[in-house]
Design a protein around this ligand. Sequence first.
Ligand SMILES: Cc1ncc(COP(=O)(O)O)c(C=O)c1O
Length: 387
Amino acid sequence: MYDFDTPAPRAGSGAIKWDLRASVFGNGDALPFWVADSDYMSPPEVTEALRDAAARCVFGYTAPTEGYKRAVAGWIGSRHGWDVSPEQIVPSTGIVSELAAIVRCFTAPGDKVLIQTPVYDPFADVVKAAGRTLVENPLLCDGSLRYTMDFDDLERDLRSGVRMMILCSPHNPVGRVWTQAEVRRVAELCAAWGTILVSDEIHWDILMPGHPHFTAGLAGTPENVIVLTAPSKTFNLAGLRCSNDIIPDPALRRRLTEWKQARRLESPNSLGLIACEAAYTHGAGWCDAQNAYLAGNAALVRERLAAGLPAARTAPLEGTYLMWLDASFTGLGSLELCRRLNAAGAILNDGKRYGAEGFLRLNIACPRAQLDRGLSAVVGCLRGAAE
Ligand SMILES: Cc1ncc(COP(=O)(O)O)c(C=O)c1O
């Protein structure tokens, strides 16, 4: 019923993923599998709501309405089983800028902030830019490239006085959807050692079969948990700058709200609010259809690699639309791999930026035919690199 096979007209629209190919990678014709957004169109229900808003011809200052908050709470209740009240929802203009605000609001210069590497690189950037001390709790990885948390190391770190932990859940780039037991353990350890847990759950709707997401908001320690959510990955709305922090604890919530107000940090733009409300009200069917389509894309990647490049391993994809590929069999570093891939016609992210040399990240949120063409370039290039 929904169409994910028709490419969205992105080239020439200002889309970073498409229009910065030549300036950043030196090949304006290569197929892009880097920036984490999607190359098919957003749900028709969202586009319709935006069209209606445009027809009203008014774009003034706008605050989140009660209907907006009801839609956000409704989605979280029905999709994630978490009963959130409207006042616990703090709208924001994007997860990374909000994370930068949260780090500065709740920690002091020099305080320790912990991340689990390899991980989405802006986590380290916002911590370092704020002059806080970055602590890494590297993930463990088994022979099938499935990652798990090193809880002994985590507890040692937390015991040493970590002020904040940033959890990536589901995890970009290793594709894990943390189990209920894992999330509960993280939350318990943070509560025990007085660490604020900031759980970035931007990918929480993008789930492969058999991998339900468990939000840190349900982990039983709401007084030290902030959950960051957004409709942007799920419905391809990143350009509309609309996200939502869920902060159950009134004291934490007041502190952040006052901190943001004092710095004149504004609420999301009016069209972002409209798109978010429409997506969370009408988007469940589209979201399920997209997950099924992405599972098919992930299967295609596995098939093509097994047939053409058996030495390459991919981490089992449990959630997100980002596949994590171990190309260390080539003996080349990530940057050199990307340079060769760009020339061969496919732009992937280099794993080094997330902390894993010899790895690559492949965004599969695109029409299957585009992915298939890109995979031909990847397989041919990496085969040549390994020879
Ligand atoms: C884990 C994670 N957090 C945040 C973001 C970016 O969010 P925003 O565009 O709202 O800053 C991404 C984008 O890829 C992501 O993967």
